[in-house]
Design a binder for this molecule. Structure first.
Ligand code: GLT
Ligand code: MN
Ligand code: MN
Length: 382
């Protein structure tokens, strides 16, 4: 039981299992893990796929010949270890050229280079079979708002994404773009700080159908928000193109913990939502092992992410099949017809309808009992 299968679509970023445990105060604690070895590790732990930034695989200063050799060997490693690449992305945050942002930077040369670099990352991903392209604007933000007007940043971001959508069409790539929000870190404040911000931005694009979101557990949680609510809104809008699973304590730095490590309860409601609605995309773990770990610990971390997901999936099925739980849920939903479409008649009928406010408000909803039963399922006694 709890064995990952390809059908579960569990993926890891190359940057996640290769994370060397560097932090702002400390040097790396793990030796570099070459990309092809990372693919072998993912095959070993039973993951379905690997995702990557352009420079996770190809160094930023590689020659064309070096790039082609690296890509050829990486494809061979993917083949050998039975690992696919469903998602690609681009590093628009590591190189010093992006210190003032990428698509939103003030210098038009930086903005043009960012788009050029993204086109190259799209070429790379397409070669590896990716059909989802994530854009995380980690440097798109400010420490001081003296540097630019925030609406100019939005306009520049729109211009870049529109351009990239046209490139997607011109090249005949099948990408769907997934925009990833984060409130802060590495910038003091990042534009498009929540998934909801992107859901407002996307309809202003030239090709809104091509663009959705990639919500990350840690990023909404850093802002003190309910992640599953953000995912629910994205799902309702038809925009849940990808998802970054990890864990995070509110009010801290971006922790990127193993899935379910900090708040298994919130993880449960998330897994239950994804499974209930039938989300069919990759379950991507954008997390990394504690800095205390060697590569055995990294494997334990990766296996743990997938195993916890599958345990919570089983718990969700148990919750759905629990008669007492379902009776409370059913009773709490009340009875009577829905509002229905507006018409002059229905509005008149509604205006004249009598509501017994006291009687409707009187019964308790038994959410205490419902929540306790949920806890007992999670704690394994039910
Ligand atoms: C970086 C970031 C993640 C993003 C990745 C994609 S890179 O690790 O913290 O949340 O998803 O660019
Ligand atoms: Mn992420
Ligand atoms: Mn993160």
């Amino acid at each position: 039981a709890y064995q990952p299968q390809p059908a579960h679509k569990f993926t890891f970023g190359l940057w996640t299992i290769s994370n060397r445990g560097r932090d702002p105060f400390g040097e790396p604690v793990r030796d570099p893990l070459p990309p092809n070895d990372a693919v072998a590790m993912l095959g070993d732990v039973g993951a379905w796929g690997v995702n990557l930034h352009d420079n996770d695989l190809v160094p930023i200063d590689a020659t064309a010949a070096e790039r082609d050799r690296i890509v050829r060997e990486f494809k061979a490693a993917m083949q050998q270890h039975g690992v696919v690449c469903p998602m690609a992305t681009v590093s628009l945050f590591t190189d010093p050229i992006f210190k003032d942002g990428a698509f939103t930077a003030n210098d038009p040369q930086v903005r043009a280079y960012a788009v050029q670099k993204t086109m190259g990352a799209m070429d790379l991903g397409a070669e590896l079979g990716a059909t989802i392209f994530v854009l995380w604007g980690g440097r798109e933000g400010t420490e001081t708002d003296a540097c630019r007007r925030p609406d100019d940043a939005v306009k520049r971001l729109r211009e870049a994404v529109n351009y990239l959508c046209e490139y997607n069409i011109a090249q005949g790539y099948q990408y769907r773009f997934a925009m990833e929000a984060k409130p802060n870190e590495p910038r003091g404040d990042i534009y498009m700080s929540t998934t909801g911000s992107y859901l407002g931005f996307i309809p202003t694009l030239d090709h809104p159908d091509m663009v959705g979101v990639n919500p990350e557990v840690a990023h909404e949680t850093m802002a003190g928000l309910n992640f599953t609510h953000a995912v629910g809104q994205a799902w309702d809008a038809g925009k849940l193109f990808h998802i970054d699973l990890n864990d995070q304590n509110p009010g801290r730095y971006d922790q990127d913990f193993r899935f379910g490590a900090a708040n298994p309860r919130a993880a449960f409601f998330l897994v239950k939502f994804l499974e209930d609605v039938g989300y069919a995309g990759p379950r991507h773990f954008d997390a990394h092992a504690y800095r205390t770990e060697d590569y055995e610990g990294v494997k334990a971390f990766a296996r743990g992410c997938m195993r916890t997901y599958l345990i919570l999936k089983e718990k969700a099925a148990r919750w759905n099949a629990d008669a007492e739980i379902q009776a409370i849920v059913k009773a709490a939903h009340g009875d009577g017809a829905n509002l229905g479409p507006f018409s002059a008649d229905s509005a008149r009928a509604l205006a004249n309808r009598e509501f017994d406010r006291k009687a409707i408000a009187a019964p308790g909803l038994a959410y205490e009992q419902l929540d306790q039963l949920t806890t007992e399922i999670l704690l394994g006694v039910r």
